[in-house]
Design a protein. Structure first.
Length: 376
């Protein structure tokens, strides 16, 4: 019964994920009700994995550690920003003292440090990150609520691309070890890891948007391709066609890294005794590869997925800048240059929370993938 329920959850999450992607690309958007259902169903599937793996106590302990970690991170961020030389309203042209005092009074910067800290932590407990110093009239929550969904969608699609390309590529390389397919796969993987994102992004624009090299000797054909919407938009984040290039380019590097991890892990697994036993029993190479080798090769990939997911869904400054994607990546950089303390701390707490949760989910998946792993 438990095994059957596990299959229902696994196939249900996979099916709902595919349905959401199809609706997002071909139905003009995803209904909010379906998004909430997907979230609750995925949470139920995760809880089933926790209970089945006897990891409930482990998860509860890690949840307590999460609260403590976020408290320490928020405190450290607050103190570090307050000890930096200068202030958020220091400019090349100094403000008149009266105006500067009024501004500091508005944002509570004239209060004692301990009072500022207590106000900030109290607001944090209520989900209030405060008002931005540079985006007048906007709270940090408003800024995050506008930009985070964009970065989340960009990151999820990039992660899916990384997994869908990286794992099969690594398995192919391991299956045909020291053969042409292995060499070709690893050449692609090394190129994907080595090439910087800004270079691959510009090259992709040249080929997929501007029609290079056709634009050099057949500009009329390029115009026709644009008219029939075969070529992709250069930038922005308006329709599903705008999603393709940023997601693809953002997913190339992690896909290449996952391919190398999968290959190395799969080659190690193929030397195991149980694989020799499976071959001795007459199982086909395809069945051995996908039923036995794949599952036991995923541990290194899962380890990499924790920080990858947290980092990739909180925005990529380079990709979002090149393709004019209105995500969170630009806020990570601009908030530092602007000395926008509330926005910096809000982004830091959000990234830390996502990183901790992603690593917790990965730890639970360890037990699901390999029941021999003990959690403590």
């Amino acid at each position: 019964m438990m095994e059957k329920l596990g299959s229902i959850f696994a196939w249900g999450v996979a099916g709902l994920t595919a349905l959401l992607i199809i609706m997002d690309f071909f139905a003009g958007g995803i209904p909010d009700g379906l998004v909430w259902f997907y979230c609750f169903f995925s949470l139920a599937a995760l809880m089933y994995g926790v209970i089945k793996s006897h990891a409930l106590v482990f998860v509860m302990k890690r949840s307590i550690h999460t609260v403590i970690s976020l408290f320490v991170i928020a405190t450290a961020s607050f103190l570090l920003l307050r000890t930096l030389p200068g202030g958020p309203f220091d400019q090349e042209k100094a403000l008149p003292p009266a105006i500067k005092e009024n501004i500091e009074a508005k944002y509570g910067l004239n209060k004692p440090l301990i009072e500022q800290y207590s106000d900030y932590m109290l607001g944090l407990l209520q989900g209030d990150f405060g008002q931005s110093y540079k985006y007048l009239g906007r709270t940090v929550w408003d800024i995050l609520s506008d930009s985070f969904p964009v970065s989340l969608k960009l990151g999820i699609y990039a992660c899916l691309i990384a997994l869908l390309f990286g794992i099969p590529l690594g398995l192919i390389a391991a299956r045909f070890h020291n053969k042409a397919a292995d060499t070709a796969s690893m050449t692609l993987a090394v190129s994907g890891v080595s090439l910087p994102s800004f270079l691959t992004a510009v090259v992709a624009i040249q080929f997929l948007s501007l029609g290079f090299p056709l634009n050099l000797f057949a500009p009329e054909l390029v115009e026709t391709l644009k008219e029939y919407e075969i070529l992709l938009p250069v930038g922005l984040w308006e329709t599903p066609r705008h999603y393709i290039m940023p997601c693809l380019i953002l997913g190339i590097r992690p896909a290449a890294f996952i391919a190398r991890l999968t290959r190395a892990s799969a080659l190690d697994v193929t030397q195991s005794d149980f694989i020799r036993t499976a071959r001795a029993k007459g199982l086909s190479e395809q069945k051995i590869l996908f039923k036995h080798v794949l599952k036991n090769s995923l541990i290194p990939v899962l380890t990499y997925l924790g920080p990858l997911v947290a980092g990739i869904i909180t925005g990529s400054f380079v990709i979002e800048t090149i393709y004019a994607v209105p995500g969170m990546g630009k806020h990570f950089i601009q908030s530092v240059f602007n000395r926008d303390y509330p926005l910096i701390m809000g982004l830091t707490v959000l990234f830390s929370f996502l990183l901790i949760v992603a690593n917790l989910v990965v730890d639970v998946l360890y037990k699901v993938v390999d029941p021999r792993i003990e959690m403590s």
